[in-house]
Design a protein around this ligand. Structure first.
Ligand SMILES: CC(C)(COP(=O)(O)OP(=O)(O)OC[C@H]1O[C@@H](n2cnc3c(N)ncnc32)[C@H](O)[C@@H]1OP(=O)(O)O)[C@@H](O)C(=O)NCCC(=O)NCCS
Length: 333
């Protein structure tokens, strides 16, 4: 699903991120499950991940990231029109985590809702917010990718426990000016025939957690990693290529590709297939693991704040996740 040509420009006016303090290293995991730093590093590229404190919920991570993005954009909470939180680890099934964020920020003039598109969620939120601003319905939006995956990991399953972490990233979208910074193209897609490849089977209406199944760890992530891997490479390559083409760009015009941070081998495969050299592909998964909807958002903020791109540069964000879902965005900063 792509953009239409006649939209008003929408720009990214600020970014922010927040990572919990606690670090869980590969050496720590060696004491918890049968694994090794060598296996995790060589198969995934991950060295450590962050774990939220007890009492620190997804909405707290999201709020901290949001405050930084708002500060950078120079926007007060009362001026916010729209809050979209992308998460698969909400504080509660209802109300939406976005409503807790609204409360925390005191952004009481905004409309707040969540979307669930797994690791592609931040870019789904970007597309929705972009469209709502470009049509004139809203003047600005806070979009957040936030996850507390540590609450939904089976810490006895080595095939998933080593992969995931907690964190949040945020961006403020506002109306832009012709020729200035602009989200040039966005792309989102889903394939509901592959829901079985990656899911949290329990805890929803299909399989409520009861006293009879409470010991089965059903409300934790289950994944067929090898299958997911293949889909991830193809879908991310294709969706990135679509936004690059629709923006009238070529691989050499792209200052930085910011991919979903799940596995270094997936990132390397995409770098090759897009013909973008690895020094122009942003990687921070060694520090945080896979933070699902937060990953692209945290990476965008870190790349921005560390000067990896500047005003006028072109960047491409691309993600893939459970659903299956995929998404990409091409941005002129
Ligand atoms: C999960 C992933 C890292 C596994 O890597 P892989 O090379 O496919 O590894 P496999 O699952 O085939 O496992 C290979 C072996 O390592 C073992 N293994 C799995 N996890 C392990 C761990 N943490 N430590 C040590 N050994 C492990 C397996 O049991 C298997 O052993 P076997 O050959 O004796 O059966 C990889 O498939 C992946 O990254 N998939 C995509 C993940 C992704 O993108 N997910 C999110 C999208 S949002």
């Amino acid at each position: 699903m792509s953009d239409t040509a006649s939209e008003l420009p929408v720009t990214i006016a600020g970014t922010g991120s927040y990572l919990p303090e606690k670090i869980l290293t590969n050496a720590d995991l060696e004491l918890m499950v049968e694994t090794s730093d060598d296996w995790i590093t060589s198969r995934t590229g991950i060295k450590e991940r962050r774990i939220a404190a007890e009492g620190e919920h997804t909405s707290h991570l999201a709020t901290n990231a949001a405050r930084k993005a708002m500060e950078q954009a120079g926007l007060d909470p009362a001026e916010l029109n729209l809050i979209i939180v992308a998460t698969i680890t909400p504080d509660t099934l209802t109300p939406a985590t976005a409503c807790y964020v609204q409360q925390n920020l005191g952004a009481l003039n905004a409309v707040a809702f969540d979307i669930s598109a797994a690791c592609s969620g931040f870019l789904f939120a970007m597309k929705i917010a972009k469209r709502l601003i470009s049509t004139g319905a809203f003047e600005n939006a806070l979009i957040v990718g936030a996850e507390k995956l540590s609450s939904f990991v089976n810490w006895e399953d080595r095939s998933t426990a080593v992969l995931f972490g907690d964190g949040a990233g945020a961006a403020i979208l506002t109306r832009g000016e012709e020729g200035g910074g602009e989200i040039l193209a966005t792309e989102i897609g889903t394939d509901g025939s592959q829901t079985h490849l990656l899911n949290i089977p329990g805890g929803g209406s299909a399989c409520p957690i009861t006293s009879k199944n409470a010991d089965k760890q059903l409300a934790t992530l289950a994944m067929l990693g090898k299958e997911v891997f293949k889909h991830a490479v193809t879908r991310m390559r294709d969706s990135a290529n679509q936004v690059i083409e629709r923006s009238g760009l070529k691989a050499e015009d792209i200052k930085l590709v910011i991919p979903h941070q799940a596995n270094l081998r997936i990132i390397d495969a995409i770098s090759k297939r897009l013909a973008v050299p690895s020094d122009r592909v942003f990687v921070n998964l060694h520090k945080y693991g896979n933070t699902s909807a937060a990953a692209c958002a945290i990476a965008l903020d870190e790349a921005h704040r560390s000067g990896k791109f500047e005003k006028g540069d072109h960047i491409v964000l691309v993600a893939f996740g459970a659903g299956l879902t995929w998404a990409a965005a091409a941005v002129r900063w």
